[in-house]
Design a protein around this ligand. Structure first.
Ligand SMILES: Cc1cc2nc3c(=O)[nH]c(=O)nc-3n(C[C@H](O)[C@H](O)[C@H](O)COP(=O)(O)O)c2cc1C
Ligand code: SF4
Ligand code: SF4
Ligand code: SF4
Ligand code: FES
Length: 617
């Protein structure tokens, strides 16, 4: 098809796509996101293709491999439309039954349905599964419906209409005003107002300006940006083109992790298609606006997600942060005015232009508008990607969507904001999640990482874990961060090994404060967060480690001993057979014993004992 050269041609093309799009036609979707693909989604799709052909249904039923639906731990996921019948953990062996029972007879296949965690009752329809029912999906809404590599699918759900509206009905200033009024704030960490950033760039001197999408996503465990790029790449591209028009940029980049091959493939394909149809490149849809877009792969250093390091990296230098005496909106990439926004920030833009600033601003809290996508992981029953309005409480996320604590134990804390975030204790679970509330509680929103911890978690060990990550990722340019993170880590190491000293807590606080005040970039300024927040809320755990040489959560190996509770031990011998050190002795049907001098505290005996007879203290 030749490039579209006007809005009228685009509209005619859109109408032809809509005419061939029949929402009532049976359709079976398989999640083809990275998680489900790793679990066998491609085999399921291939088996479905074969089975539909075998049953003569290939023309009557659409088969689609979509992006991530969010509930990755239950993958591979299959949804049958138009009913929205939801199947989890599907294998190729389930396919003949799904086709014969559901597609031919119209019955749900009970063994593949999600079971309610409390009642055990099967739930048939996707919108009724609590994990989905309790969410408010805007950015993630179409991930499970469209083929990400087919621009026609995106057009069918309203894609590129916001771009048309912006280019043909709005001036750049009006676009900026709309984004400002919506209250959209950056979803990559600091929550800077997006409209203000764009305005600063528009007003900056210079003919050459750039826009960049930050898809570096270095937080361990976070994958919401990857899933959006994989599942709906055109939505991000559309946001970027609108942003470029608003600020007056004619060139843009996505900086994306090299370790995200599917996301790289999909955004590259999306850009090629947009170019082919005249939505990218010279004179977009005949509007007179030119914009080119390049995909730049990052090499996987956490610090390269930081704005100035990211721009250095695109320029071809080592990704080291620079002092920000002048905003990037004035002197950014190649010293030109530049707007850098996160994937979720860009993906929000078409929704705001289509539905209006007021629609967006009605969601959320006084200062944080719209929705946020979190990657909910850790000790919850339902882990995955969840989208909720800003201001939803942590309790809602953990219990209503996450289905509560997987171990059946008490929730102890929630860590938000990735490795530079803080730990919020259970008693603050009713905290509404917005930028200010999280900062006040000693944490950050970050890019949406959310890790749930139960009472078996040692908070000193958690702080040590995160500090180790940021210490390793520090670029070493400034002393406060390079040396401060090392010294803090050394102190934490000795505390968890039972060698903590009086004054260590104060030393940690002092070094942490120096890092906050003396570091060049936010990596160093935020790195102390996990330590300072755990001292703030769990000080007694630090004291137990330092003064009593005791780990209350029974995690730190040098501070715990394993023994057998005589009253509970049946002498079954399972622990003896599984102990890797030969540390357990005992006759059959007699109480067993652990030799502390041989025990390496691996915990295997506790895992295998069915009589709750292993004590750790
Ligand atoms: C060490 C470090 C890593 C960062 N990593 C990311 C990242 O992976 N993705 C992201 O969008 N922002 C990241 N940021 C924040 C960016 O510097 C920047 O604030 C953000 O991309 C701006 O976009 P926004 O206004 O849409 O949030 C990181 C910041 C620091 C200090
Ligand atoms: S704060 Fe840390 S990561 Fe940032 S520039 Fe300094 S040494 Fe590098
Ligand atoms: S597994 Fe448990 S019950 Fe069996 S011998 Fe060991 S401690 Fe006793
Ligand atoms: S903790 Fe490990 S080494 Fe120690 S007794 Fe149990 S199984 Fe053996
Ligand atoms: S990858 Fe399939 S639900 Fe996330």
């Amino acid at each position: 098809m030749p490039r579209l050269t006007s809005r009228a041609e685009f509209e005619a093309w859109r109408q032809s796509i809509l005419a061939s799009w029949d929402p009532s036609k049976p359709c079976i979707t398989v999640c083809g996101g990275t998680g489900c693909s790793a679990l066998g989604a491609k085999e399921v799709t291939a088996a479905l293709g074969r089975e539909l052909k075998k049953q003569g249904l290939q023309d009557k039923v659409d088969l689609k491999m979509t992006g991530c639906h969010g509930f990755c731990e239950r993958g591979p996921l299959v949804v049958v439309y138009p009913q929205h019948i939801f199947y989890q953990s599907v294998t190729a062996d389930d396919v003949p039954d799904i086709v014969s029972e559901t597609l031919i007879k119209g019955n749900p296949l009970e063994r593949k349905l999600y079971k309610d965690l409390v009642t055990g009752e099967p739930i048939v329809y996707e919108p009724d599964v609590p994990f989905y029912r309790e969410q408010h999906r805007i950015l993630m809404k179409y991930n499970g419906l469209i083929i990400p590599t087919r621009i026609q699918d995106y057009i069918a759900i309203g894609g590129y209409q916001a771009l048309c509206k912006a280019l043909f009905e709005m001036s750049p200033e009006q676009v900026i005003e709309e984004i400002k009024r919506s209250g959209l704030r950056g979803r990559g960490g600091a929550g800077f107002p997006t409209g203000r950033k764009w305005e600063e760039c528009r007003r900056a001197d210079g003919d050459i300006k750039y826009v960049i999408c930050n898809a570096d996503e270095g937080d361990p465990g976070a994958y919401q940006d990857r899933s959006l790029v994989e599942g709906n790449p055109h939505s991000i591209l559309e946001g970027i083109i609108i942003g470029a028009y608003a600020v007056g940029a004619h060139e843009g980049f996505i900086y994306i992790r090299h370790e995200y091959p599917l996301a790289v493939e999909h955004i590259t394909r999306a850009a090629e298609q947009a170019e082919e149809y005249g939505l990218l490149g010279k004179n977009i849809l005949g509007s007179g606006f030119d914009f080119t877009f390049k995909v730049h792969r990052g090499a996987g250093a956490f610090v390269c997600g930081e704005s100035s390091a990211l721009m250095r990296s695109i320029e071809g230098y080592a990704g080291e942060p620079r002092a920000k005496r002048i905003h990037a909106t004035e002197k950014g990439l190649w010293e030109r005015p530049t707007v850098l926004n996160n994937v979720k920030t860009w993906a929000s833009v078409p929704h705001i232009i289509n539905n209006g600033a007021d629609w967006f601003a009605q969601m959320g809290t006084e200062t944080s508008k719209g929705t946020m996508v979190f990657s909910l992981v850790g000790k919850v029953n339902n882990t995955g990607l969840v989208e909720v309005p800003m201001g939803a409480t942590l309790r809602h996320l953990v219990y209503d969507i996450g289905g509560g604590i997987s171990s059946g134990k008490r929730c102890k804390a929630v860590q938000t904001g990735g490795p530079s975030g803080g730990c919020i204790p259970e008693r603050l679970l009713d905290l509404p999640v917005d930028y200010e509330a999280l900062t006040e509680a000693g944490s950050i929103m970050g890019s949406g990482g959310l890790i749930v911890m139960d009472e078996d978690t040692c908070m000193v060990d958690v702080a040590r874990y995160f500090l180790h990550f940021t210490m390793e990722e520090s670029c070493g340019k400034c002393t406060a961060c390079r040396e401060g993170s090392r010294r803090m880590y050394e102190i934490l190491e000795r505390i968890v090994h039972g060698k903590g000293q009086e004054g260590d807590i104060e030393r940690l606080q002092e070094i942490g404060t120096t890092m906050i005040n003396g570091s060049l970039c936010a990596l160093g300024r935020m790195a102390p967060n996990p330590v300072l927040s755990t001292i703030r809320y769990f000080r007694e755990e630090y004291e137990a480690h330092i003064r009593d040489k005791r780990c209350p959560a029974a995690v730190c190996k040098d501070l715990i001993t394993y023994s057998i509770i005589a009253e509970n031990c049946t002498g079954c011998g399972v622990c003896l057979r599984n102990c890797p050190q030969g540390a357990i002795t005992g006759e059959k049907k007699q109480v067993h014993h652990i030799d502390p001098s041989k025990c390496i505290r691996c915990g295997i005996c506790r895992e295998v004992c069915r009589f709750d007879a292993i004590k750790v203290e």
